[in-house]
Design a binder for this molecule. Structure first.
Ligand SMILES: [Zn+2]
Length: 511
C-alpha cells in the first residue's frame, strides 16, 4: 500500500507543497528520493527514535519515500513529520485517509518532540504554491507552534510532541474541538502520556546501609557526591535512588527547566513534575557538559548537561574516563552553581544548580581498591587512575563514598536505614527548611554543635589534612546529618560521619 501526504520544500521566500509518498518493501533499507544516503540515515535515526519514544514499533521492513515533484525536493529535516505520519498510517496506527488532505512540516527530536522549521514561511504569510494539481485540496497545515503567526492562510494545527499528534489523529472528536491553540491540545492529551521511568528505591539495593544513609543526606542537603565501587556494586541504582528521593519540582522550577530545555531544542517533561535526570556518556566533550555558543547567530547559547540537570541530578558514571579538561570545567558549576560562557561578542550565564553524582571504579580493572587488593593492578596504575579526579575537583565534592565493602547480609531491624516513605518525607522536610535558611543562616538557626563535636571538627583539619573548603563540607554535611536524625544538636558522631566522607582527602588514597 502506498500512503500519500504533503510536506513543504523550497526556500523560506518561495515555499511549495511537495507530495510525500511512502511504501513498505522487503528488506531493511530506508531510502528517500533526492536525499543523500547520509541525510537519509540521519532522518531515519530521528524518526525511528521519535516513534519508539511515543511507544510505537518500528516496522521491520524496507521503507521507500518518494518526494514529488523531484525538482523541488530538497534535503530538509522538515520532512521528518510527514514521513513519520506516513509510517504510522501504513502501519494502521492512524487512518491513511486523514493524511491526504493535510500538509505538515517539522523536525523530530529523538524524544518525539517536534522542533520548529523555517517558521518564516508562515510568518511572512507568503502564498504557498505548488505545481501539484491536487494540492488545492489541502485543508489543514500541521506544524510546531509558530511565533508571530497571526493570520493563517489555512486552518492550522500546532503540536509540540508527536504523541499529541497521534492522539489528535486517533480521536476524531478531539480533532473537531481542536483549535489553533496548541496549549489546548497539549492539555487534552496530557493524560495519554505514560510515565515510563520507574522509580528506584532502596529495596533495589542489598545491604549498604551506610550508602543509603549518605544518599538521604546528599538528597536532603543537595550535597554533591562521588562514589568508588567495583562494577555491579550498585552505583547507578544508588544514584537513581537519590533522584527518586528528590521532591517534585515547584511550578517556578518547572518553568525554569522548561526554558533551559527549550534553548537546547527539546521539550522538558510537560506532564511530569519530576526533577531532570541527566547521565551523559563519558565520551561527552566540554561543550556537551558545560554548554556552548551556537554557530547560528540567532540561536545564542546551547545549554550542556550541567544546565539541563538544573534542579535535578547530573550523574557522571565512569567519572575518571571523562577527559581531564571536561572534568576540570566542572569546578565552576560545583562552586557557584552557574556556568559563564564568554566569547568576543559577549558573555552569557547559564544556571547549573544540579546535584552532581560521580561514580568511578576503584582501580583500572575495577576489582580492587587502595586497601583491599583483589586485583592485579600495580599501585602506580591505581594512583594514576585515581589522580584523573584532580584534588581541586574532589575537594569541591562534599561526600565521598566507597561501595562494595559491606557484607551484603540482610540488615537487622536495628541497623536498617529508614523506610523509603520516611526517607522521602525526611528529604522533603530538610529541603523545605533549607529554602528558608541559606548559607550561614543554616548554622545559626540549625542544630548547634556540642563542645566535643567542635573539638573533633578542629582535629579533623589536622588529622585528615582537610582544606578550608573540605572542613566547610564536613561541617555542612554534619549539619544535614543532624537534621536527618532530627537531633537538637550536632553530635560527635555527626562530625565523625561527615569526616569519614572525605576519602579523597586522605593520604591513603592519593599519596
Ligand atoms: Zn585493579
Amino acid at each position: 500500500m502506498i500512503v500519500s501526504t504533503f510536506g513543504f520544500a523550497g526556500n523560506p521566500g518561495s515555499p511549495s507543497f511537495v507530495r510525500v509518498e511512502l511504501r513498505f518493501e522487503r528488506g531493511i533499507l530506508f531510502r528517500i528520493s533526492g536525499f543523500s544516503s547520509q541525510a537519509a540515515r540521519a532522518s531515519h535515526a530521528r524518526i525511528r527514535s521519535a516513534l519508539i519514544a511515543c511507544g510505537q514499533r518500528w516496522p521491520g521492513k524496507a521503507i521507500t519515500v518518494n518526494l514529488a515533484p523531484a525538482e523541488l525536493s530538497r534535503t530538509s529535516t522538515a520532512f521528518d513529520l510527514p514521513i513519520a505520519l506516513a509510517i504510522l498510517a501504513s502501519r494502521g496506527v492512524i487512518p491513511a485517509s486523514a493524511l491526504t488532505l493535510k500538509a505538515s512540516a517539522g523536525e523530530l527530536g529523538l524524544d518525539g518532540s517536534i522542533r520548529p522549521w523555517q517558521t518564516s514561511i508562515f510568518e511572512n504569510r507568503i502564498n504557498i504554491t505548488s505545481p501539484l494539481s491536487d494540492s488545492n485540496k489541502i485543508k489543514t497545515l500541521i506544524s510546531p507552534p509558530l511565533s508571530g503567526y497571526s493570520e493563517p492562510i489555512f486552518p492550522h494545527e500546532t503540536f509540540t510532541h508527536l504523541s499529541d499528534l497521534i492522539a489528535y489523529f486517533k480521536s476524531p472528536t478531539q480533532s473537531k474541538n481542536s483549535s489553533n491553540n496548541s496549549k489546548l491540545l497539549l492539555k487534552a492529551s496530557s493524560t495519554t502520556t505514560i510515565q515510563t521511568q520507574s522509580e528506584s528505591t532502596f529495596e533495589n539495593i542489598q545491604g549498604e546501609e551506610t550508602a543509603k544513609r549518605k544518599a538521604i543526606i546528599a538528597a536532603a542537603g543537595s550535597h554533591d557526591l562521588i562514589m568508588l565501587g567495583p562494577p555491579g556494586s550498585g552505583k547507578t541504582v544508588l544514584a537513581k535512588c537519590i533522584h527518586s528521593l528528590l521532591p517534585d519540582l515547584s511550578p517556578k522550577h518547572h518553568s525554569e527547566c522548561t526554558s533551559i530545555h527549550a534553548a537546547a531544542g527539546h521539550l522538558f517533561n510537560p506532564n511530569s513534575k519530576r526533577p531532570p535526570w541527566q547521565s551523559p556518556h563519558s565520551s561527552t566533550n566540554l561543550n556537551g557538559l558545560i554548554g556552548s555558543w551556537s554557530t547560528l547567530k540567532s540561536r545564542g547559547v546551547i545549554p550542556g548537561s550541567w544546565s539541563l540537570a538544573h534542579h535535578g541530578v547530573l550523574f557522571l558514571d565512569e567519572f575518571a574516563e571523562f577527559s581531564r579538561g571536561t572534568l576540570e570545567a566542572c569546578r565552576s558549576p560545583l562552586e557557584s552553581h552557574t556556568i559563564s560562557l564568554v566569547r568576543a561578542a559577549g558573555s552569557s550565564e547559564l544556571p547549573a544548580s544540579a546535584l552532581l553524582i560521580a561514580a568511578l571504579n576503584p582501580c583500572p580493572c575495577g576489582r580492587g581498591t587502595g586497601r583491599v587488593k583483589s586485583c592485579s593492578c600495580q599501585e602506580s596504575e591505581i594512583k594514576r587512575y585515581l589522580r584523573k579526579v584532580s584534588g581541586p575537583v574532589a575537594d569541591r565534592i562534599a561526600i565521598h563514598l566507597e561501595l562494595g565493602h559491606e557484607l551484603t547480609e540482610p540488615s537487622t531491624a536495628s541497623t536498617s536505614a529508614m523506610s523509603w516513605t520516611s526517607a522521602r518525607a525526611t528529604v522533603a522536610r530538610i529541603r523545605k527548611w533549607n529554602l528558608e535558611h541559606h548559607g550561614d543562616d543554616r548554622f545559626s538557626h540549625g542544630p548547634q554543635m556540642t563542645p566535643k563535636a567542635a573539638d573533633l571538627l578542629h582535629s579533623c583539619r589536622t588529622v585528615l589534612k582537610l582544606s578550608h573548603r573540605g572542613l566547610h563540607h564536613v561541617r555542612n554535611v554534619a549539619l544535614t546529618a543532624a537534621l536527618v536524625d532530627d537531633s537538637p544538636s550536632i553530635e560527635l558522631e555527626h562530625i565523625a560521619e561527615a569526616g569519614a566522607s572525605r576519602l579523597f582527602d586522605r593520604k591513603t588514597w592519593l599519596r
